[in-house]
Design a protein around this ligand. Sequence first.
Ligand code: GCW
Length: 674
Amino acid sequence: MEYSQCWLNYKSVKNYQDAGLLEYIYGIKSSDSRDNRLVDNAVKELSSALRTMLGIDIKVEISDCPSGNKPDRGIILDIGGEAAEGLHEEGYRLRQEGELLYVNARSGKGILYSAFDIIRKVASKEPLRGIDRVEQPYNNLRMLNHWDNMNGDIERGYSGKSFFFRDEEVLVNSRTLDYARLLASVGINGAVINNVNVRGAASRLVTDRYLDKLREIADIFEGYGIKLYLSANFAAPIELGGLATADPLDREVADWWKACVKNIYDHIPDFGGFLIKADSEGRPGPFTYNRTHADGANLLARALKPYGGLLIWRCFVYNCQQDWRDYKTDRARAAYDNFIGLDGLFDDNVILQIKNGPVDFQVREPVSPLFGGLKNTNMILEVQAAQEYTGQQKDVCYLVPMWKEILDFETYACKEYGKVADIVSGRAYGQVNCGMAAVSNTGNDYNWTGHDLAAANFYGFGRLSWEPGLTSEQIAAEWIRQTFPESEQIFKVVKDILMGSLQTYEKYTVPLGIGWMVNPSHHYGPNVDGYEYDRWGTYHRADRNGLGVDRTRKGTGYTTQYNEPNASMYDNIETCPEELLLFFHYIRYDYMLKSGKTLMQHIYDTHFEGVEEVEGMLKAWEGLKDLLPEDVYDRVLKRFNMQLNNAVEWRDRINTYFYRKSGIDDEKHRRIYY
Ligand code: GCW
């Protein structure tokens, strides 16, 4: 096999109590051919999974006639009917009655999602008898963003090369289908397949040069309920169209985009829309023409509108030419400062895509104040499954707990629906075009995600975007049960490793929310001053007395971007959550934390603990040697060894750096390199 099937690599499930309900699958066709394709795929997935898991013969029948002779036992997959009334378009009802398991949905998508749900339940040995549940997605948009380049490289990719592009060509092969299956199995319904930094050949993806090939991908996606999106180049009218300008208010520019979009839909009727990174890190945008980001986004949105397309516009806009001597400019302020004044000015098919934090996917950041700030704008929450700053898929770091914290954050924007989960799902302000996106952590490695355990983030993002109410433990448990052979020991060890991994990573890397301290450009491993005197606006400001950035009212004023009481909470050193203390305040090394430790002692202790915890994980993994497939065991073991080296390097560099700055000894007299 060229590659693994991740969590769709079905294993035998012994003595499943409700197997008797599953021996027969009866699918009812609808009048819509697209729905029927999805139902066909649902039946295919379900029957092959059940055959492998339960080791029984599964009989399948697909009927044209809703009132035909239904079986008296088995699974009935039905679009429409009373039971589907009032459901979300992608939702379904799962109900057992007698010897029948009924699935009712409003579309083929609902049927497909129910199939993977049944598979999940069987893999986890959850009972089906007695079930009567409605499942529907909390977010309408559940997307992955690939930062894949057309030469086959992946920006911030840690799992091999792209499986969408190579040598400036679009790839369509068995991976495309298996990728679609993986996405559908966790409820993801959109994928942007090329990097937001659109350069060179990637600019031409929107042209005839590539559209036929892209249509093949879109077609495979459609059978699994996924829409294809592209990142586009804002300067395309100049680069491709030969126009003198890309000014969003220029008539010819608008016409160029209209023709471009029409041509895309002529080839790909199910096309989702564009994702745009503009005026950010050197990418072109409306600022060149003294236009606003609303002008820029609406220009493209209007071209997409007649076809129902969406225009997703990123808020990652900041000055990346800062002077480190400038204490007033604060990169953390940038997204809010650039976009809050535009609230309400975007067309209804524009969505602003906002990174979870104000800076850039660090291991710990506060939630972006645009959530709770914007009130009349569609939003997507962008998180990064690719572990750029969280161990690059060499170190294990289960990110679902971080994403949960973000979704649970109370913004106080409105009474009932103030949580980030309610804002990005559109509940707070009654919006439809909203949801979540993750920068994908996949590539063409055998296991798709470099680190086998990083697949839990791929899986977990999908599940969480479908249902943010799931707990991190539940998601981990589901993933483990579907990924590994049945064994309580494997289950316990892997679950403990995953659940502790983010905290461990945070302990041995950057303290209390300050961020960065990484090697410039590739971002793996410690380099405390790596960005300190650079232009990127990412400073820790450490001196002999303390460290941290004063982002209070008296400092950069960033705290004022939050609603009350959050603004005051962060502003006051006493009420600021300690895990974010250095993000918001300059703190002396001898400052006493609530734990009764000084800041300096906290830094020493967490760094020693972090390494010990990695040693513990490595040991626990070694204990699984005889239970796991050899290749899985070996791959992960290798990564744990890399992680241990990384953790030791972080511990020693951080401890030494701050010892040298502060001159304060470790109370426990452990080894610090003076
Ligand atoms: O985190 C930074 C990355 C860039 C990335 C950028 C972005 C795609 O270091 O590699 O570019 O964010 O989100 O646009």
